[in-house]
Design a protein around this ligand. Structure first.
Ligand SMILES: Nc1ncnc2c1ncn2[C@@H]1O[C@H](COP(=O)(O)OP(=O)(O)OP(=O)(O)O)[C@@H](O)[C@H]1O
Ligand SMILES: N[C@@H](CCO)C(=O)O
Length: 290
């Protein structure tokens, strides 16, 4: 039996829309074994039906197709602690898991690069997939497919406020305009580059500005009542950076050692039906034969 572990991820980091992402130390676990027909057993966050018509099996089949082989029937068991449709990269983790399970059964023929390629094609953007596969902070492009690790200063953690209600990525993308003012594009270019430069030099005081964004957050915050105030509260409480988690509706704040004030600042936004997660930065995809 083959087992894989795939981290949750935060895409965009505010300014790096569809380009920047980071892995979190919260891991989906999935295992596969040969079976007479496709079977799926889901446990963990939310509800996903136990049918073979799911993102994991889809990625498994796509990975075999990339290797030029027909996918064998498999039984996939999955434990998923990543909240669904909350901006923590659950769909990317599911797709990476499916492709990685296939890669294990193909004796590693696709490798991490192949898993990255399969999952990015299915996901449509690489910013969750790159950190899910390679870990830490990543810069990624879909065309040409590229990933570059960014520096990772020690001791950083993310406080993530996860509301009780989901917001599907498709809905959050539909809220974006087809065109943006040139001034907004310029605003984001400098700030996305600032993430890379500030992390490389350990200049954490620059990250608050690096995370600011005009390309997607202003539109998405309209769908997320209370989120704009939560981001301001996190900044005022000393967060190093604060931004919408992926496509939302969660919000994330980067902190160093003392996070209790930031946790308090985000508690109202999580609300009684949501939760607050404090997570360190995760490694990428791992696996073991069991
Ligand atoms: N482990 C899984 N197994 C099967 N389907 C999953 C799994 N995880 C997520 N999904 C599907 O993906 C959907 C969520 O994907 P969506 O892209 O909307 O949000 P997300 O990936 O959690 O957030 P974001 O992309 O903003 O980080 C779920 O509602 C579910 O249908
Ligand atoms: N870059 C993507 C991440 C969410 O999947 C978005 O913001 O829509």
């Amino acid at each position: 039996m083959e087992r894989v572990y795939v981290p949750a991820t935060l895409a965009n980091l505010g300014s790096g829309f569809d380009a920047l992402g980071v892995a979190l130390a919260l891991y989906l676990e999935a295992e596969a074994e040969p079976a007479e027909s496709d079977r799926f057993h889901y446990s963990g966050e939310g509800y996903v039906p136990d049918t073979p018509d799911n993102l994991v099996h889809e990625a498994f089949r796509a990975a075999f197709a990339r290797a030029g082989e027909a996918a064998p029937p498999v039984e996939i068991r999955l434990f998923n602690p990543i909240p669904l449709a909350r901006g923590l990269g659950s769909s990317a983790a599911a797709r990476v898991a499916g492709a990685a399970l296939a890669d294990r059964l193909l004796d590693g023929r696709l490798g991490r690069e192949g898993v990255f390629a399969v999952a990015t094609e299915l996901e449509g953007h690489p910013d969750n997939v790159a950190p899910a596969v390679f870990g830490g902070f990543q810069l990624a492009l879909a065309q040409p497919l590229t990933h570059v690790p960014l520096a990772q200063p020690d001791g950083l953690r993310f406080v993530v406020a996860v509301p009780g209600q989901p917001l599907a990525t498709a809905q959050a993308r539909a809220a974006l305009p087809a065109q943006v003012p040139h001034a907004d594009a310029r605003y984001n270019l400098a700030r996305a580059a600032l993430w890379a430069a500030a992390l490389a030099q350990g200049r954490l005081e620059l990250l608050a500005e690096a995370a600011r964004d005009r390309l997607h957050q202003p539109y998405r915050l309209e769908l997320m009542p209370g989120a704009a105030e939560a981001l301001e509260a996190a900044r005022a409480a000393g967060a190093l950076a604060a931004f919408v988690a992926g496509a939302g509706p969660s919000v994330a704040a980067l902190t160093d050692a003392a996070a209790s004030e930031v946790v308090r600042a985000l508690a109202d936004y999580a609300g009684p039906e949501g939760r607050l997660l404090t997570l360190s930065i995760g490694g990428g995809l791992t696996w073991k034969a069991t």
